[in-house]
Design a protein around this ligand. Structure first.
Ligand code: SRM
Ligand code: SF4
Length: 552
């Protein structure tokens, strides 16, 4: 019997033939049509750009025989989510002048713009470039934006953990100059003989590769959900460094049963000096062994699951050298970084809740976007986006706190003490109308789902917290698979309900009800919540309770 190699997915050929991510992009961006071809769409992702259409208009336009309402989403990679005021103001101007008026903070500390016309893509890229930002490598089959706990991103400049996200961005950004030629300088590709990194080659990685750096004590970045997670730790003989976790990921596909969510496991301990080389070896292992035939099963987690952790470690060791045993780590529940906190040197930081990450005004000149602009006026501050889609304003003088509170209040931005407990931590992905993969609503219906769930929690009495995360499909962009309550789009009008994860992010939730209408989510939760009230231990969280007693 002859064993035939599985056929590589068509995206592999598009990458290989692209002349290091150029393909037809320059010509297609210059063409008058509002959209691009399928091949160009695949390559655009590496440049941080997604082709979309307004799904609210899709049916009517199709029935009328009209072309779809095409536009583009641009994702800006922001290592560790840290921005200067000038960078924020540049993003604000793009939202205002080119995109749909909103800055969308993502669950990976990046920024997205929706509703950008094709002929404006270069203007956006040039503005980002002028402010030392880029969308290049924010999407595509490469190492993505590295997420970092805001406490690490804002700690003292002497902390060796501080610059790891930036070092990762420098080491793993594709080397091709295609982005700058096509999007920034506007020149047609004049390449030839240009080389890509050894670990990327001409076909890059089988799929995306995600890294997060946790705080040593708490897990606000969902470090177990990453392809590779770093947890700061101290080795008894070597001092400071990181425990490296591998093989996490949350997406799955209803159509493909051998896809699943998986938590990352500890692989090894590395010092600060060794970390980039070790990541390089893990990325190279993934490049060589990841599935290039089936993109639905191409993430690192499947390589680790199929080989087993020991088998995977042996492959990494072949490329890196002997691996040390990891040291113990213990992460507590995620800090949401909201409200006022004292920083070093007598300065303060304020974590502002941003519902579903959408920074926009309620009416012209009034709302969160305008408020942030006003807060930044004449103040030397630092901004950090959190992995909970929120915004932290840091470096505030103690005497300036009241003035900032007043600006926010004047714009109708509520402080954390005014938020309901479910609302305070709820996440939702963009879903409809922009996301091409959405099966159901998420961001747009989040307020009503929060109200329903808060109502159920209030019935129990007491000031109870509950973590709710919602997505429009099982890809899991708001990480519902590790939440206490996950509401995941199944069909246009139904959702699957997951229970039993929790804010430590170290446990997968289990499905307790399938194909539930949105207005029935409260009824599904009620018996579980009542049982928690009646049988829960002192201080036991809902997720821990469901995990202990099991769901009926
Ligand atoms: Fe995601 C695809 C939005 C974090 C798993 N994600 C998408 C796309 C690009 C849809 C598409 O492929 O056409 C969504 C854009 C919709 C839109 O209109 O904006 C999208 N993902 C998001 C964001 C904006 C959600 C948010 O509410 O903030 C997050 C952007 C992150 C960033 O800045 O880079 C986002 N996506 C995540 C996460 C959470 C995380 O990484 O911590 C996950 C689960 C973790 C993981 O990767 O396993 C996630 N997104 C996916 C998947 C499933 C991948 C898989 O393993 O199969 C897809 C589908 C795909 O890649 O084909 C996807
Ligand atoms: Fe789109 Fe699904 Fe991600 Fe939501 S979870 S943004 S619907 S891909």
């Amino acid at each position: 019997m002859t064993v035939t190699e599985p056929t590589a997915s068509p995206v592999e050929s598009i990458k290989a033939a692209s002349d290091l991510l150029r393909g037809p992009l320059a010509a297609e961006l210059a063409a008058p049509e509002p959209n691009v071809t399928h091949d160009a769409e695949q390559l655009l992702k590496f440049h941080g750009v997604y082709a979309q259409d307004d799904r609210d208009q899709r049916r009517a336009r199709s029935l009328a025989g009209e072309s779809l309402a095409y536009s583009f989403m641009i994702r800006v990679a922001i290592p560790g989510g840290r921005l200067t005021p000038a960078q924020w103001l540049a993003l604000d101007a793009i939202a205002d002048e080119i995109a749909d008026g909103s800055i969308r903070l993502t669950t990976r500390q990046a920024v997205q713009f929706h509703g950008v016309a094709k002929h404006d893509l270069r203007t956006v890229a040039s503005s980002l470039h002028a402010h030392l930002m880029t969308s290049f490598g924010a999407c595509g089959d490469v190492v993505r934006n590295t997420v970092t706990c805001p406490d690490l991103a804002l700690d003292g400049a002497d902390d060796p953990r501080l610059d790891v996200a930036t070092r990762i961005a420098r080491a793993f950004k594709p080397a091709t100059s295609a982005h700058w030629e096509i999007f920034v300088e506007g020149a047609l590709a004049a390449s030839g003989g240009e080389l890509e990194h050894d670990f990327y080659g001409e076909t890059y990685l089988p799929r995306k590769f995600k890294i997060a750096i946790a705080h040593p004590g708490e897990n606000c970045v969902d470090v177990y959900a990453q392809d590779l997670g770093l947890v700061p730790a101290t080795h008894p003989g070597l001092g400071g460094g990181f425990v490296v976790l591998v093989g996490g990921g949350l997406g799955r596909s209803y159509a493909q049963e051998d896809t699943f969510a998986r938590l990352a496991e500890p692989l090894t301990f590395v010092t600060h000096d060794e970390v980039i080389e070790l990541i390089g070896a893990v990325v190279a292992t993934y490049r060589d062994l990841g599935d290039r035939a089936n993109r639905r099963r191409a993430r690192l987690k499947y390589v680790v699951a199929d080989l087993g952790l020991a088998g995977f470690a042996a492959q990494v060791a072949r490329r890196y050298g002997p691996l040390r045993a990891p040291v113990e780590i213990a992460l507590s529940a995620a800090d949401d970084h909201l409200g006022w906190h004292e920083d070093r040197g007598g300065r303060w930081r304020l974590g502002i809740r941003v519902g579903a990450g959408r920074v926009r005004d309620a009416s012209p000149g009034l709302g969160l976007r305008s408020a942030i602009r006003e807060v930044l006026e004449g103040r030397d501050l630092t901004l950090v986006i959190s992995a909970q889609q929120d915004l932290i304003v840091a470096g505030v003088a103690a005497g300036d706190r009241d003035a900032i509170d007043q600006i926010l209040a004047r714009h109708g931005v509520r402080g954390v003490e005014q938020l309901g407990r479910v609302e305070r931590s709820a996440l939702a992905c963009p879903a409809l109308p922009t996301c091409g993969q959405a099966l159901a609503e998420a961001e747009r219906v989040l307020p009503s789902v929060v109200a329903t769930v808060q109502g159920e929690v209030d019935r129990l009495g007491g000031a109870r917290k509950l973590q709710l995360r919602m997505t429009g499909c099982p890809n899991g962009c708001a990480r519902p698979a590790v939440a206490e309550v996950g509401v995941v789009g199944r069909t246009k009008s139904t959702y699957d309900v997951y229970l039993g994860g929790g804010p430590r992010g170290d446990r997968l939730a289990r499905v307790v009800a399938e194909k539930v209408k949105l207005d029935a989510v409260g009824e599904v939760l009620r018996p579980h919540l009542e049982r928690w009230r009646d049988e829960g231990r002192e201080g036991e969280t809902f997720g821990d309770f469901v995990d202990r007693v099991g769901a009926p």
